[in-house]
Design a protein around this ligand. Structure first.
Ligand SMILES: Nc1ncnc2c1ncn2[C@@H]1O[C@H](COP(=O)(O)OP(=O)(O)OP(=O)(O)O)[C@@H](O)[C@H]1O
Ligand SMILES: [Mg+2]
Length: 503
């Protein structure tokens, strides 16, 4: 183009002005695209300085960013024999004027960086009212038909450029802060996991507990799916977490989903995700199986998963692929599946409520958490563990149990297992005035502290089941048989209600 100009007559002013405008717009477009993929502030200042110096035919120019404290961050200088000193640059009077005026500035016969310049133009980068950087161009190269000084239009162009550049710089900084936070959290997480061994988390030295801990330690390192069985409150979830944190997947996510607590349609999208537009206004969302890629998914109360979901789960385990709801694409996933239940799955299989093929896929390894009444010798240590934790949390003096209180705990059947023990001590700690918990401070639940024979215990459980059924029936009658309503009143899941009422 320049060669053309030397041989032909100068272009008509309108066409020239138009061409210049198009070139500037194109440059802005290019810059906006380049800024979107920048990774650090050094490339940011280089991009901005190089492009604007070239476009405005400047002899020299520089771009600088400022840290929160106002000190210079990244610098890029074009057309200088030696790179300007950062401090001199940040305290230059022209740059300081830009920061003060917070608008484009264009001057003639100015001193910039101790050097006399014929013409200078500059713009500050502003985000949320703060000047986070500046761009300065000096001395326009003389061109035929063009003034040799910068004009107002150049100032406007730089203002447009700054309007694009400043948010990009802000985004870069937020990204840096975020990745710093992520690194720190990962580090903390690793430290926490490293300091807590299986023994400190899962308290108990009884033979059944030692067996469980040994099994957890051995199963953790493999990628086998593990089914954890046990009564309510026996530590199934705790075991699942230990299996994950002891595995090579420990730095990837551990995501839990309670199959009894989530209604069926939601359960499906929670697990498999959903494609955009499945229903009006539905945005695409990843399911837990996809989110946990590389990590572990814990399916709690697996016996409550409806048959339709069981079929889909089986496919995931066989093919290691998922399909989002309403989606056609098959997405590969690498997840280890841990599941837990208090139900008798073999019975559920016989009753055709649980798929046998899925059962074998989930139960590559089986861990059975022992009931607390079958390992009473662990009660004193567990009690000590919880009391220490309560005292530390509440900042109070160490709590202990009287001899009578210990005897009371040892004689109680703990239908709610470790969770019940934990709650019982929580309640006692709240009531006790001193530091010693007496047996009178322990408020045992509906069960009885009286030692029971096995037959009496069984009879008692039968009674409880009958009482429960009667109660459920009364609630159902009161709402004209509306199961959803009754379940809400009873505070239980609809499927659970269904099972309890028919069996
Ligand atoms: N061996 C143990 N050592 C220390 N704490 C335990 C132990 N077992 C269970 N707990 C504690 O008891 C409570 C219940 O444990 P968890 O939630 O793992 O039981 P769960 O078997 O999943 O119960 P549910 O069937 O009701 O869901 C938790 O607060 C857990 O920290
Ligand atoms: Mg649980």
């Amino acid at each position: 183009m320049n060669e053309l100009r030397t041989v032909s007559a100068p272009p008509v002013p309108e066409a020239f002005v138009l061409r210049k405008k198009v070139l500037r717009l194109e440059t802005l477009y290019d810059i906006s695209r380049a800024l979107a993929v920048l990774r650090d502030e050094d490339s940011f200042v280089e991009e901005v300085a190089a492009r604007s110096v070239a476009l405005l035919d400047a002899a020299r120019g520089f771009a600088v960013t400022f840290e929160g404290s106002g000190s210079p961050g990244a610098i890029s200088a074009v057309g200088f024999n030696t790179k300007p000193d950062a401090i001199a640059l940040a305290s230059d009077s022209f740059v300081l004027d830009l920061c003060r005026i917070v608008a484009p500035l264009q001057r003639e016969n100015e001193t910039v960086l101790g050097r006399r310049v014929r013409s200078a133009v500059g713009v500050p980068f502003v985000t949320r009212g703060h000047v986070v950087g500046a761009l300065v161009l000096m001395d326009r190269e003389a061109r035929s038909g063009e003034p040799s000084t910068f004009d107002e239009e150049d100032g406007r162009f730089l203002a447009s450029l700054a309007a694009l550049a400043a948010p990009a710089l802000e985004a870069l900084r937020q990204l840096r802060a975020l990745s710093f936070d992520i690194d720190r959290l990962r580090e903390e997480n690793r430290a926490l996991k490293g300091t807590l061994g299986v023994d400190e988390v899962l308290v108990g030295d009884s033979l059944p507990m030692r067996r469980v801990k040994d099994l957890i330690a051995r199963a953790a390192s493999s990628r086998a799916n593990v089914l954890i069985r046990g009564e309510s409150g026996t530590g199934k979830e705790l075991a699942a977490k230990l299996l994950h944190s002891g595995s090579p997947r420990r730095d990837a996510p551990f995501l839990a989903l309670n199959c009894a607590a989530v209604p069926e349609p939601l359960l499906e999208s929670e697990l498999f995700g959903i494609e955009k537009g499945v229903a009006t206004g539905v945005e695409a969302r990843m399911g837990k199986l996809e989110l946990a890629n590389g990590g572990t998914v814990f399916l709690d109360e697996i016996a409550d998963a409806p048959l339709a979901i069981q079929a889909k789960l089986l496919r995931v385990l066989q093919e290691r692929e998922i399909e989002r709801l309403g989606g056609r694409q098959r997405i590969p996933v690498d997840v280890r599946v841990l599941s837990a239940t208090h139900a008798d799955l073999a019975g559920e299989i016989q009753r055709k409520r649980f798929r046998e093929d899925l059962y074998y896929r989930l139960r590559v390894v089986e861990i059975i958490m022992p009931a607390l009444r079958d390992r009473r010798e662990d009660i004193p240590r567990l009690a000590g563990h919880f009391l220490t934790r309560i005292a530390q949390r509440d900042g109070r003096r160490p709590l202990s149990l009287s001899r009578d209180a210990v005897a009371g705990l040892l004689g109680y059947p703990f239908p709610g297992n470790v969770r019940e023990l934990e709650n019982l001590l929580e309640g006692a700690a709240a009531l006790v005035s001193g530091d010693v918990i007496e047996s009178a401070d322990l408020q045992f639940g509906v069960g009885t502290a009286k030692p029971q024979s096995a037959a009496a215990a069984a009879a008692h459980q039968l009674d409880l089941a009958a009482v429960e059924r009667d109660h459920i029936q009364r609630v159902l009658d009161s709402v004209d048989g509306n199961k959803s309503h009754a379940a809400r009143l009873l505070g239980i899941n609809r499927r659970t209600l269904y099972r309890k009422n028919v069996s």
